[in-house]
Design a binder for this molecule. Structure first.
Ligand code: ADP
Ligand code: ZN
Length: 740
């Protein structure tokens, strides 16, 4: 296939097979690059749609695509999702029984498979070596490519040997994918695989659909319950610092009536597996877990992630919140920030040594700075990953929504605090400094003889809580830095300007009350009754097939059905995530639910509101995957070669409108027609503008599959041949615009 045609083909596969309307940022570019057989490194955050970048080429290439993946649960998940789309894919790894292994092995050997998922250690066996040697390998994909790097958190020695395997198939294009943002790991992947910089695709790590919120932890349990009540029947994860905390919180929430299970490394494998599975299958709503949970979870509809305790570092925090909202719909991330938590983490850090301890301390300080910041949450988060975030207001974090804080002059308390830090010789943390200021009579004060300092007892006007809040603002304002090892506060140069009255310090004396209200303004209006009905249907089907509900349809598909109420299969096809295979398998059942609901409530089909989607029924779509030149393709080829419509009519023994409809079909299947020939066809149409407009509106309203309704809508005065040409011209222009 020609290059441009391959990309057209990619476009039509996107809707036909996957049911998506358009590529996400970078996907089209990456796919184009891979189709050109350039080795490609893809660095995109979780949930951005990396899989599609190799799955679509796999459907276009002649040979097999081998996908190396370290996570058995992910392999299974991917293969199940592909099976629901009727894309032939299998996996080979140690979890399979020998019969199942043999079965999959045979499928690959007979060339009946487009994608083979394989564990790295399996790939290195001689058995697999000989299997692959018998096949044409078109693409060699390395998923979770950071496992190749010893600098990553997940190093796998077998990954080091992948290059030798790859070298045996010089004709296969190689793709490496990862969601790891650290430049060091990225560099390591590139050098290990010998990739040039030009074939690297780096997406922004900003996850726009995640709402980020930090709330001071005052009554953690109560705050958590309050938060959860905002998410009836939604899935979410709550991360805790310790196993003990996981058990306690999970018990507590269970007793409050929430559907919840625990997960931590201290539980048996079986139990952990069971709880994870229940979560994925929507049998259980909430998982309370340590950071052990989440690797290999592909669940797209996680609607919230709560950090009950402070994460140890920003990278971990980012990874954990990244498990929310993979489907692109809004998800809430709540961090409950208690100052006691910092101490807990410091306790563990203190047991480390040397450089490791220093690194951990630096990371914790960055995390605390993030939590205390009054700036847009996205700024510190993204700058940690070396990405500049230039937008002033992200609209999706607590600080941006809070607007301007009311600031007051806090120079006087600042001077008190700073001079007290100086008098105690910059050796103490905030708590001790505050004790001095407030004239505490504790042992510790007397031990250091601090009751004689001139700053002793001068700050009694403010409560301990107010002082703590103030001190955090002094750190934020760069007046103080905290020693990463001992937690003691030290003055900066800026502090001296404030002390000498050269600078005014602005801030707030009282801490704002913790805000927990969830404002859900931007969720599209949808019929929740219908949504719930469809959800039940989905769950039933999923249980029958023993897969996760999202394998049947993601939430977004059901949301769209509950917005547009498609009454026919043809219109159902317009919905997100509905491609040919799923339409065939599940279409009738969902339509019948929608019709039942709409009849009862007297709701009409509103699919026409969803414009811009390719409107043809593609039940044949999946079948065309197997290739073979069809009649419409032969007609198109002859047309491109310069034959006139009249010639084609005689050659293929059909009417003119059928010739044109076949060309239209060809375009919709991803083919392209010679532009000069099309232009000639367009100028042959001789219609006044108002009639052209009427035709365009009618197509928009009635869909493009059949000409008859449009013919009737236009008062039966416009010839079918003309209608067929207008439909073709319109859709060709549209698809060429999309691919640009
Ligand atoms: P990643 O591997 O980058 O974490 P996935 O490949 O699992 O992300 O994709 C995340 C979700 O986004 C999946 O549910 C996937 O089907 C969906 N998705 C991918 N590409 C698109 C697209 N172009 N349009 C709509 N949804 C998409
Ligand atoms: Zn923001």
């Amino acid at each position: 296939m020609e290059k441009s045609k391959m990309l057209d083909r990619a476009n039509s596969l996107l809707k036909e097979v996957f049911g998506y309307d358009e590529f996400r940022p970078l996907q089209a570019k990456i796919i184009d690059n891979v189709l050109r057989k350039n080795d490609t490194l893809v660095i995109m955050p979780t949930g951005s749609g990396k899989s599609l970048c190799y799955q679509i080429p796999a459907l276009i290439f002649d040979g097999l695509t081998v996908v190396v993946s370290p996570l058995i649960s992910l392999m299974k998940d991917q293969v199940e999702q592909l099976a629901a789309l009727e894309v032939p894919a299998v996996y080979l790894n140690s979890s399979l029984s020998s019969d199942a292994y043999q079965h999959n092995f045979e499928l690959v050997r007979q060339g009946n498979v487009r994608l083979l998922y394989v564990a790295p250690e399996t790939l290195l066996t001689t058995r697999l070596h000989s299997l692959l040697a018998s096949q044409t390998i078109s693409c060699f994909t390395i998923d979770e490519a950071h496992c190749i790097s010893e600098w990553g958190h997940d190093f796998r020695p077998e990954y080091r040997q992948l290059m030798d395997v790859r070298a045996r198939y010089p004709d296969a294009v190689c793709m490496a994918l990862t969601a790891t943002a650290t430049p060091r790991v990225q560099a390591d992947i590139k050098s290990s695989l010998g990739f040039g910089a030009s074939n690297e695709f780096l997406a922004s790590f900003n996850r726009e659909n995640l709402f980020l919120r930090v709330v001071e932890k005052s009554a953690g349990l109560q705050q958590t319950v309050e938060f959860l009540r905002e998410f009836p029947e939604k899935s979410g994860i709550i991360y805790c610092f310790s196993r003990r905390q996981v058990e306690d919180l999970s018990d507590f929430l269970g007793s409050e009536g929430f559907s919840v299970r625990p997960y931590h490394a201290g539980m048996s494998d079986v139990e952990r597996q069971r709880n994870q599975e229940a979560f994925i299958r929507d049998d259980v709503q909430i998982i309370v877990a340590t950071v052990a949970f989440g690797m290999g979870i592909n669940k797209p509809n996680v609607r919230f992630v709560v950090h009950f305790d402070l994460p140890k570092n920003i990278e971990g925090y980012y990874q954990q919140i990244g498990r929310a909202g993979r489907d692109g719909l809004r998800a809430e991330c709540l961090l409950l920030f208690g100052y006691g938590d910092t101490a807990k983490i410091r306790f563990f850090i203190d047991q480390k040594q040397g450089q490791e301890q220093q690194v951990a301390n630096t990371q914790l300080s960055a995390m605390v700075r993030f939590a205390e910041s009054y700036l847009c949450r996205r700024q510190p988060l993204l700058s940690y990953f070396g990405e500049a975030y230039s937008r002033k207001n992200c609209g999706m974090c607590d600080n941006c929504l809070a607007g301007e804080r009311k600031l007051e002059d806090i120079t006087v308390p600042a001077q008190m605090f700073l001079s007290c830090v100086k008098r105690t010789r910059e050796l103490f943390g905030a708590n001790h400094v505050i004790d001095v200021l407030r004239g505490s009579e504790s042992q510790r004060i007397f031990k250091f003889d601090h009751q004689h300092l001139s700053t002793y007892g001068i700050g009694k006007d403010y409560s301990k809580k107010q002082w703590l809040h103030l001190s955090r603002q002094f750190v934020q304002a760069d007046l103080l830095v905290q020693d990463s090892q001992h937690g003691s506060l030290k003055l900066t140069e800026k502090a001296y300007d404030a002390l000498h009255g050269k600078d005014t310090v602005m801030g707030a004396v009282a801490a704002a009350e913790p805000q927990l209200q969830i404002r859900d303004e931007d969720v599209p209006e949808y019929d929740t009754d219908l949504f719930n009905r469809l959800r039940k249907r989905r769950k039933m089907l999923a249980d029958e097939e023993q897969v996760a509900p999202y394998v049947i349809f993601p939430d977004k598909s059901l949301v769209e059905m509950a917005i547009y109420f498609p009454h026919t299969k043809e219109h159902l096809l317009l919905m997100h995530g509905v491609g040919a295979a799923k339409l065939e398998r599940y279409g009738a059942k969902f339509i019948s639910d929608i019709l039942g609901h709409c009849r009862l409530k007297n709701i009409e089909d509103r699919s026409y509101l969803k414009r811009g989607a390719p409107q043809q029924a593609t039940r044949q779509g999946a079948r065309t995957l197997s290739g073979g030149k069809r009649k419409f393709a032969r007609i198109a080829e002859a047309f491109n070669a310069g034959k006139s419509l009249a010639q084609l009519c005689t050659e293929f023994g059909v009417q003119q409108r059928t010739v044109v409809s076949n060309l239209w079909r060809f375009v919709n299947e991803g083919g392209s027609l010679a532009t000069d020939r099309l232009a000639a066809l367009e100028t042959s149409v001789n219609l006044p503008p108002h009639q052209k407009d009427a035709v365009a509106t009618a197509f928009q309203r009635l869909g493009r599959n059949a000409l008859k309704p449009v013919y009737q809508a236009c008062d039966e005065v416009i010839d079918y041949d003309v209608l067929a040409v207008l439909r073709l011209v319109h859709d060709t222009n549209k698809s060429s615009k999309e691919t640009r």
